[in-house]
Design a protein around this ligand. Structure first.
Ligand code: LLP
Length: 437
């Protein structure tokens, strides 16, 4: 159907929605709703396209998937098998990677306010690189690495001052941001000069991440030019050989048919060409590259299944269609005004009859899943599939209204298996203490 033509791995068979070769109505029956579904096949394909693009261009690179988009122990296993690296940004993400036995020489540790405890944990785990965000962290890391008898390899996160065209909450490359050292205001230069006096820090390169859900490759090119130009000014502080450059994540995806992100291959080629051109012009050696894609690896591989409950027409205004999930499992509409596509999975062959306001079951008006969903005639008991929910859904979910988090089911080769089990009321009550009992 035309309003779904931008989506991957879906099919309509026997009037029903199949995703990654699996009947979604069967998944709902087997695992219940709401349900997060993840096509592991599609994630693998994205990983291979990333890793393969660098290999074809003959550039040594680590594709360090950004765990903040979606991370579980089982998912770490998939990433490991695909030759991916991993970007973790908290003790919790690090603990997940460690529990899964993820190779630490492919792990990079992020965060704009790493605690001493987290730094110690990451040193103990032996992560490959720290991405240092600020002076406080730099000094603390130098101390703690010294105590651990380590000379830690680090990147410095710098903000090149590129203004991207995305939601302001997810812009990070400009000067007025809580992330990293500014280039324009001299903060990055001061930090690099200071490093010369810190015996336990080994600066191997710079890092920048300019934003998320980006479509315009010229922003990435601009960032490469600025960061490399800056690095060249301070080249005495970097190793002459074996230096590295981390260009963060940010490639956008097609939430709707009006989104037109460039393909992964073109994005990687653009980065590599930009780095090649600039380093050649400056007489610098080509660095080993790191990138940190999150959304573009996992978002299109996700689907949320909900059961329709109340259908409430407000004559002359709109019809609300309430589902059994909420902003607790689907936060991005309320948070960013994000837009999604959906279909009624049990009658996927029917053409849309109009737009409907799909609402969640949480107690506030802002709890919307999709403000204007093109749907066939929704009725109580229908199964609603919302596409592209693989990134920043499970990982940003909450227990608001004491709602239980749904299960996550992975689909691989037409088989379904649990990646995360559904929360129970016992899970919800587990941490409560009752001094009145
Ligand atoms: N590297 C760093 C340092 C990051 O901060 C991020 C995302 C990434 C990589 C991955 O970016 P991606 O490839 O996924 O665009 N919750 C928001 C997105 C926040 C992005 C935070 N940083 C959303 O749901 O749109």
């Amino acid at each position: 159907m035309s309003h779904l033509s931008h989506l991957e791995q879906y099919e309509i068979r026997d009037r029903k929605l199949f995703f990654a070769g699996v009947d979604t109505t069967g998944l709902a029956r087997q695992f219940g709703t709401p349900l997060w579904v993840l096509s592991e096949d599609l994630v693998r394909e994205k990983c291979r396209r990333y890793v393969g693009s660098f290999a074809r261009l003959g550039v040594p690179a680590t594709v360090a998937y950004a765990g903040k988009a979606f991370l579980t122990t089982g998912f770490c296993g998939l990433l490991k098998n695909e030759g991916m690296g991993l970007d973790v940004c908290s003790g919790g993400e690090l603990a997940t990677a460690r529990a899964a036995g993820f190779p630490m020489d492919r792990v990079i540790f992020h965060g704009n306010n790493k605690t001493a405890e987290e730094i110690e944990q990451a040193l103990d785990a032996g992560v490959a690189r720290f991405v240092v965000d600020n002076l406080h962290e730099l000094r603390l890391l130098n101390d703690l690495a010294g105590r651990a008898h380590r000379r830690q390899a680090v990147f410095f996160r710098v903000t090149p001052g590129v203004n991207t065209h995305t939601h302001s909450f997810v812009q990070t490359g400009h000067l007025d941001t809580k992330f990293g050292f500014g280039i324009e205001n001299g903060a990055a230069e001061d930090a690099i000069r200071l490093t010369a006096s810190l015996p336990n820090i080994r600066l191997v390169g710079l890092h920048c991440h300019i934003g998320s859900q980006l479509f315009d490759l010229s922003c990435f090119r601009a960032a490469v030019d600025i960061v490399l130009g800056f690095q060249n000014r301070l080249r005495e502080f970097f190793p002459a050989h074996d230096w590295e450059l981390d260009l963060g994540g940010g490639l956008g995806i097609r939430y709707t048919s009006e989104d037109f992100p460039p393909p992964i291959e073109l994005y990687v080629e653009t980065l590599v060409q930009a780095v090649r051109a600039r380093t050649t012009a400056l007489g610098l050696p080509m660095p080993a590259l790191w990138i940190e894609p999150g959304r573009s690896v996992v978002a299109p591989a996700g689907l949320t299944l909900y059961t329709v409950g109340a259908v409430k027409p407000i004559p002359g205004i709109r019809t609300y269609v309430a589902v059994d999930g909420s902003m607790a499992d689907h936060p991005r509409t309320a948070l960013y005004g994000a837009v999604y596509s959906a279909v009624l999975a049990n009658k996927a062959d029917r053409h849309p009859v109009g737009t409907f306001a799909v609402a969640g079951k949480a107690c506030e008006s802002g709890d919307m899943i999709i403000h204007q969903a093109l749907l066939a005639d929704p009725e109580p008991g229908d199964l609603l599939a919302v596409f592209c929910t693989g990134a920043y859904h499970y990982s940003m979910s909450s227990n608001y209204n004491r709602l239980r988090r749904p299960a996550v089911v992975g689909l691989s080769g037409g088989e379904a298996r649990l990646l995360v089990r559904r929360e129970t009321y016992e899970d919800l009550l587990r941490h409560d203490l009752d001094p009145y009992a």
